[in-house]
Design a binder for this molecule. Structure first.
Ligand code: NI
Length: 257
C-alpha cells in the first residue's frame, strides 16, 4: 500500500530541525509521494529546494490570498517571480491560490485579481491549480466560472460545504480532504465524503497544521495522511487499500506525474 499526501507544508519553519528525518521516516510508513505547497515567494522557493533534494517529492508555487502584498505593483512583481520559479521541472502545480475572506476582508479586490492572474499563469504553463478558499465560497466559484482553468485543479482542505462541493464537481475539479474530516465537530463530514466519488478525491495533511484525530492539536506530518484515508474508507465502507490506490492515481493524474 502507498499513499500520496497531496498537500503539505514541509517548507514551514516548524520542520526546520527535523525535515529530512521526517522525509526518511515517510518512506518506511508507505508515504511514497508528497507535495510541498508554496504560499508566498519564500515558501515557494523552499518547496522547490526540498523537491530537488528528495526524489519522491514535488512542489507547487504561488501566492496565497493571505500572503498578498500591500499594493498592486508589488503583487505583479511577485507573480512574475512565481512564473520564473514554476519553470523548475519539479513544480507540478500553481498554488496555493484563491480567496480568504476569513483572515482578510480588507483587500477582496486585490485577492480576486491575484487569483485570476495566477489562473492565467497556470493555463500558460500548462499546470493545474491548488485552491485555498475560506469564507469565500460563492466568490471563488464565480471566479472559476468566469476564468476557465484549462488543466483543472483541486480544492485543498475542501470546506465541508455542500454547495461548494456540488459546484466543484460540476467544474470537474478534485476535492482534497484533510484532517478536518476526522474532527468530532465536523458534523457533516460523512455526508460530504459520500457526495464525492472516489475518482475525484485526493487526500492531504496540510501539515504542520490540522493534525487528524486522535492527534489533533499536535504538529502534523505527512505520515498522518493515513488517518484521513482511514476515515474515507470507513465512511464509504471500502478498504483503506482501495482509498490509497485510487487517491494516489488521482493525484498522479492531476499533477501529471
Ligand atoms: Ni496549505
Amino acid at each position: 500500500m502507498e499513499f500520496f499526501d497531496s498537500h503539505s507544508h514541509l517548507n514551514d519553519e516548524k520542520f526546520d530541525n527535523d525535515r529530512f528525518e521526517i522525509i526518511e521516516k515517510m518512506k518506511k510508513e508507505q508515504i511514497t509521494k508528497f507535495l510541498t505547497c508554496g504560499y508566498n515567494l519564500e515558501g515557494s522557493k523552499k518547496a522547490i529546494e526540498i523537491s530537488e533534494k528528495c526524489d519522491f517529492t514535488y512542489a507547487a508555487t504561488g501566492i496565497s490570498p493571505n500572503d498578498i502584498p500591500q499594493n498592486e505593483q508589488e503583487l505583479w512583481k511577485e507573480i512574475a517571480e512565481i512564473e520564473q520559479l514554476a519553470q523548475n521541472k519539479k513544480v507540478v502545480a500553481i498554488g496555493e491560490i484563491g480567496l480568504d475572506f476569513y483572515w482578510n476582508k480588507e483587500n477582496k479586490d486585490l485577492q480576486i485579481q491575484a487569483f485570476k492572474k495566477q489562473i492565467e499563469l497556470a493555463n500558460k504553463l500548462n499546470l493545474p491549480i491548488i485552491i485555498h478558499t475560506r469564507e469565500a465560497v460563492m466568490d471563488t466559484i464565480a471566479v472559476l466560472k468566469e476564468n476557465e482553468v484549462t488543466n483543472k485543479g483541486v480544492f485543498h482542505c475542501c470546506p465541508l460545504n455542500r454547495e461548494l462541493v456540488k459546484e466543484a464537481l460540476k467544474l470537474d475539479f478534485y476535492i482534497s480532504f484533510a484532517g478536518v474530516v476526522t474532527f468530532k465537530n465536523a458534523k457533516n463530514s460523512d455526508e460530504i465524503i459520500n457526495m464525492v466519488p472516489l475518482d475525484r478525491i485526493l487526500i492531504e495533511t496540510d501539515s504542520p497544521y490540522l493534525a487528524p484525530e486522535p492527534l489533533r492539536g499536535t504538529r502534523n506530518t505527512p505520515i498522518n495522511v493515513k488517518l484521513v484515508a482511514a476515515k474515507i474508507a470507513q465512511v464509504k465502507g471500502i478498504s483503506i487499500e482501495e482509498v490509497a490506490k485510487q487517491t494516489y492515481q488521482n493525484a498522479c493524474e492531476l499533477f501529471k506525474i
